[in-house]
Design a protein around this ligand. Structure first.
Ligand code: HEM
Length: 119
């Protein structure tokens, strides 16, 4: 399924769904800072052990990668496993959603005032 993704100047884009299935030994992908890495061949070499990488397999490991405070050497190593970019689907802004929230708030307030007056 990964062969038919749109490419932009040779850069491959993967969706979260594409990445998610690569979550096992010998087939492990990770997302770090919106970039996708195939780290299948790195698992055994990782100084922090393969367990932690497998736990993050198929997912966004940005937070755990940063939490560890990896060295600049570690960041450079990333490059050799780079396979493409995460296709980020930005959230669409829905003004109606906020309008609906305000309407609900007004209704609650009116009902509370009425209740206070009649009880
Ligand atoms: C492909 C991505 C990764 C690369 C290239 C990488 C590389 C490295 C390298 C080179 C070190 C040695 C220390 C350093 O230079 O900073 C290290 C240590 C470590 N890494 Fe990673 N790492 C990656 C992803 C992760 C992730 C996602 C986690 C956590 C879930 C993690 C957890 C650790 C831990 C706990 C250590 C410390 C090991 C120790 O000091 O005993 N790493 N990593």
């Amino acid at each position: 399924m990964d062969n038919d993704k749109t490419s932009d100047g040779g850069v491959k884009f993967y969706t979260l769904e594409d990445v998610r299935v690569h979550n096992m030994i010998n087939d492990t992908w990770l997302i770090i800072h919106d970039k996708v890495y195939d780290i299948s061949k790195f698992l055994e070499e990782h100084p922090g052990g393969e367990e932690v990488l497998l736990e993050q397999g198929g997912a966004d490991a940005t937070e755990s990668f940063e939490d560890v405070g990896h060295s600049s050497d570690a960041r450079e190593m990333l490059q050799q496993y780079y396979i493409g970019e995460l296709h980020v689907v930005r959230k669409v802004h829905f003004p109606h959603k906020h309008a609906w929230k305000s309407i609900k708030l007004v209704c609650y307030t009116v009902i509370r005032v009425i209740m206070r007056v009649i009880t």
